[in-house]
Every structure is written in C-alpha cells, then in structure tokens.
Design a protein around this ligand. Sequence first.
Ligand SMILES: [Fe+2]
Length: 265
Amino acid sequence: MNPERIYRRVAVFGGVYSNYLALEATLEDARQRDVEAIFCLGDMGAFGPHPDRVFPLLREAGVLAIQGNYDDSMAAGKEDCGCGYTDPRDNHFARISYEYTFKNTSAENKAWLGTLPKQRRIRLGKHRVLMCHGSPRTVNEFLWESTTPNGLLARFMRDFHTDAILCTHTGIKWQRILPDGKQVVNVGAIGRPENDGMTNVWYTVLTSGDDLHVEFAPVHYDHETLAREMEMEGLPPEFIETIRTGWWTTCLEILPAKERARGKH
Ligand SMILES: [Fe+2]
C-alpha cells in the first residue's frame, strides 16, 4: 500500500463545467493562499463553452484531478453524462450540454480524462482525507446538506477508513462536523454559481492542525465574457441566465426542498 502524501495546506475544487475563466481565477487565487497542492474532484465539462480550454490550464498548474461522472462518460464514449437526474426537463438540458461538450472535446483530452483515478487519498497533518466525486460509494450520488444524515456519513468514515471526506457533484458547498470530530466537506463547484443570486463561484482551502480547518473561498471572474461566449456557441439561454444572475434555471428537480427554497425558480 502506498503511504499517503502528507500536506499542510491544499486547495480543492469541483465542477469546472468548461468554465475556463473561473478556473483561471481559481488557480490564481489558490496560488496566493500558499497551498502546497491543488486538487480537482472532477466534471471538467458541461454547461460552458469551448471545453478544450480547461485542459491546458489544469495540466500547467499541476492540478491533481480525479474523475467525475462526466469525465468517466466522456472517456468511455458513453451515450450520456451519467449525471443522475430523473426529471425529463433536467435530462433534456443535460443531453444538450453533453452532446455539445462531447463534440467539442478532442480525442486527446478525452483519453486524458480516462487516465484519472476515481478517488484519491492524502493526509492533511494527522487527518486521513478521502477525495471522491459524488460519494465514496457512488460517483454520481448527490450529497446535499439538508438530506444527508449523520449516520450515513459516520458509516462512510468507518467503511472507507478515513477522517474526512471531500466531495462535489451537487454544485453547492457545505460542511458537516460529526460528533466524533470527523468531517465531510462538499467543496462546491467553480463552473457555475450556487443558486444564491451571486455570480461568484466557490472552492475550498483546507489546512491541517489539531482540527482540520476548512475555508470556503469565493472566486469572482469575468462571467460576462463567459456568458457572451456561450451565446456565440449557441448554448441554451437557460445556462447563460444562470451565469449572469447566479440563479439556477436547470437541474432544479434534483434539489431537495430546503436547497430549492433558497433559489429563485
Ligand atoms: Fe458530477
């Protein structure tokens, strides 16, 4: 078994969704925060324009990535993104997004996605950390703040022998510290704002200590340029409205009642 590398301070982001402008801004912000490594929890494509633009940025910055459901589908040439939606409207938009992304991603980049591991383990000081996309057991499981019970999280900690779990996939960040001090952090997504009427996106900085310190970092980027490029690429107006307003217009049916009530639609 490989001993996990021990870090003091790292940056972790998820859900790039082809938002290369937010990715650039995130990498710049992370460099200024004295992190030793930058990790990505997957889903490079979806929603945004020009999917190939994210790959050189990830490689040049030495980002240590894992596969999301989108990356797995792209690499394997699957029919759909495996996002896990059940509503017909959500699936309609997911299909448009996936077809555009698949058509506009080079064979070389698809192959690179296929080389990424499904999960990673590191240590932050004394804390064992497991990175996954959806949940430790399923790549496209939605772990929402309002519907994820402590009992399930405690079971994950036991079954996967870890002190902290980092995930993404839902697009909305949250943190839970369990009674025994172990914790789960959904690091959010940098590809699209989180349905709060703000145009910025979020990533996470983790620092080791007696406790694992978690800081959610806001990232402001040139969202208007991204919106205009999406228009020029003929992407759905619903996706562009989300980038401009910070309110979700799609993927609404998967939101639990509490998270949906915070949004506008
Ligand atoms: Fe995902």
